[in-house]
Design a protein around this ligand. Structure first.
Ligand code: URA
Length: 444
């Protein structure tokens, strides 16, 4: 559909396009022209195009895809629906990280202070969890006193001063069109479309005004994209969008078939992040934290930064403590502990050959660590602690994982989600079970 098919003029309150033409054009596999696409986004944000029409358009995009040029226009139209921030006066380079979401993914917590301790500003505008993937703000809110809502002035002064890192709630002014469209996609089965995910994520990141961006694009059972080829296509699309908008962007493709680390929940993920900042913690969490920190620091002009040393000598921990205190949190206060626990043990000797991320994420959610509706409260102490990971040996009767909740009535549904989610094998079959975590690096 070209822009010439307009049915009126933009002046005098007459709408220049009809939503039905735009929907039909995409439904039939056509390309939607720039003006028509910009109008569709703007008219939807204003409420002229209805939810039913936009849902139909989103489904057409899901089925038919979009040209790169259309994805660029869609992204730009969503940026134009709200404010654009700028860190130009900060006097430091800014670099941000975005993960497409996974189970046990707490990497933002140790990563932001780790990168900031090299003098780079790290603005992490984050969200809350919905469904089986956790939210960074929910995790940090386990820390007594910690505050997610900051004014723009507070955010700037935290970035400019010695702390250098901020993790806070994204204001509602960034890409409001995406906010409306994402909520609609969530209830109309149109989330997993590459053009829609790419434009949704990148519109917010470009509007935020960061100089550089590293994307952690996940594939596997606990990710939006089940297979690596689709994850690669998503990563390439987002890297191109960022680069074309002047944001230095790279991506890592990382495995999300197995939960990341040993903790899935909120308070327990904070505990594990602090272990990483103390130079310890699970090997996979450290590996990904270090890999993403290197990417971010390379884009910010510090390719030789010794990130492992900053984890081991306490510099990253000092920045973490300062970052938590700057947002009224007490990094030394005890974290919430659960009222009820339930331990699952191995029924035989063997080696753990499989732990599927998705059912573990769903089980943690059912325990109260996540929310089903945006207005629900999470239970900070709820979640799952794994005691072993794939490739590790267990004996009959040994604890494999522990479920935590505030009410033992939550255990049966969590256990139902975990039926068949993990397996034991003999040694010979299990050695190939441990796949590399970081698979590919995608650049412009
Ligand atoms: N995260 C987003 O912000 N948008 C999507 O579409 C998917 C994940």
């Amino acid at each position: 559909m070209s822009d010439d098919t307009s049915t009126g003029s933009a002046g005098g309150g007459v709408e220049p396009f009809d939503a039905i033409d735009v929907i039909r054009a995409k439904r039939d596999g056509g390309t939607v022209g720039e003006k028509a696409l910009r109008w569709m986004v703007d008219a939807y944000t204003r409420g002229y195009v209805s939810d039913a029409q936009m849902a139909s358009f989103a489904m057409a995009v899901f089925q038919r895809g979009m040209e790169r040029s259309e994805i660029r226009v869609l992204t730009d139209a969503m940026i134009a629906s709200g404010e654009r921030m700028s860190f130009a006066n900060l006097g430091k380079k800014t670099v941000d990280k975005h993960s497409t979401g996974g189970v046990g993914d707490k990497i933002t917590l140790p990563l932001a202070p780790l990168v900031a301790c090299f003098g780079v500003a790290v603005p992490q505008l984050s969200g809350r969890g919905l469904g089986h993937t956790g939210g960074t703000l929910d995790k940090l809110e386990s820390i007594p006193g910690w505050r997610a809502a900051l004014s723009n002035e507070e955010m700037f002064s935290q970035l400019q001063g010695d702390v250098g890192a901020v993790i806070c709630a994204a204001g509602s002014g960034l890409a409001p069109a995406d906010k409306k469209l994402y909520a609609l996609r969530d209830v109309t089965g149109t989330v997993e479309a590459i053009p829609l995910i790419a434009s949704s994520i990148m519109s917010k990141k470009i509007a935020e005004g960061t100089d550089a961006l590293v994307l952690d694009v996940k594939f596997g059972s606990g990710a939006f994209m089940q297979d690596i080829d689709r994850a690669r296509e998503l990563a390439q699309t987002m890297v191109a969008l960022g680069t074309d908008s002047g944001v230095a962007t790279t991506a890592l493709l990382t495995d999300m078939n197995v939960p990341l680390g040993l903790a899935i929940g909120n308070a327990n993920e904070v505990r594990e992040s602090v272990e990483i900042l103390a130079g310890g913690g699970p090997a996979d969490v450290r590996e990904l934290t270090v890999a993403l920190a290197r990417e971010m620091l390379t884009l910010a002009g510090h390719p030789d930064a010794d990130v492992e040393a900053a984890l081991d000598d306490g510099r990253a921990m000092d920045t973490w403590n300062a970052m938590i205190r700057a947002q009224d949190g007490d990094p030394d206060a005890p974290l919430p502990t659960p009222r009820e626990t339930h331990v699952v043990t191995a029924t035989a000797d063997g080696v753990v050959s499989r732990m599927d991320a998705l059912p573990f994420g769903i089980a943690a959610w059912r325990l109260g660590a996540g929310r089903a509706r945006a207005e629900d409260q999470v239970v900070h102490a709820a979640g799952i602690d794994l005691h072993v990971k794939p490739g590790e040996r267990v004996s009959a009767g040994q604890a494999v994982f522990t479920l935590s909740a505030d009410d033992e009535g939550r255990f049966p549904r969590a256990l139902a989600a975990l039926e068949g989610a993990w397996a034991l094998a003999d040694d010979a079959n299990a050695t190939s079970a441990v796949a590399p975590l970081v698979r590919e690096r995608i650049t412009a």
